[in-house]
Design a protein around this ligand. Structure first.
Ligand SMILES: [Zn+2]
Ligand SMILES: [Zn+2]
Length: 142
């Protein structure tokens, strides 16, 4: 079980800053929506608690299952929030401290284009269907 600590981060322009309680683990999502939203791979950290948030995060309902928050000034992808969960998933690249992180999961792996691959550092991969089942049964690695 990954240790949960207080961590800070910000968007690219600095208009949004935050402090959250979260583990130093994250997941990569290969789905088409995340690739379009970020221009690459979405790497997300599931946060236990959003302690502080400054600046205005604009919210976009991206699908029936969730919404996404972004900076209205610079467009940085800030968070994804599934409707069924109270927890926000913040972009890993926003965090100030980039040392000591572990990739634990790749989701929607069957949507991944063939022109890139993440190094195998022990993470588990889930297909789109496998991702949904693991989420609903609480078996998605944290
Ligand atoms: Zn910004
Ligand atoms: Zn995705």
């Amino acid at each position: 079980m990954a240790e949960v600590t207080q961590q800070t981060g910000q968007c690219a322009c600095g208009a949004i800053t935050f402090s959250v309680r979260a583990p130093k683990t994250y997941g990569a999502c290969h789905c088409t929506m995340c690739r379009r939203w970020t221009g690459g791979i979405w790497m997300g950290v599931v946060c236990d608690e959003v302690s502080e948030m400054s600046g205005t995060v604009r919210e976009w309902t991206s699908s029936r299952i969730g919404s996404r928050g972004y900076c209205g000034d610079c467009g940085s992808s800030i968070w994804h929030k599934p409707r069924h969960s109270a927890k926000y998933t913040f972009g890993q690249g926003l965090f100030d401290d980039q040392k000591g992180w572990t990739l634990t999961r790749e989701i929607f792996a069957d949507d991944q284009p063939s022109h890139y691959a993440l190094a195998d550092t022990g993470q588990k991969a889930f297909t789109a269907w496998g991702t949904l089942v693991a989420l609903l049964t609480g078996r998605l690695p944290r």
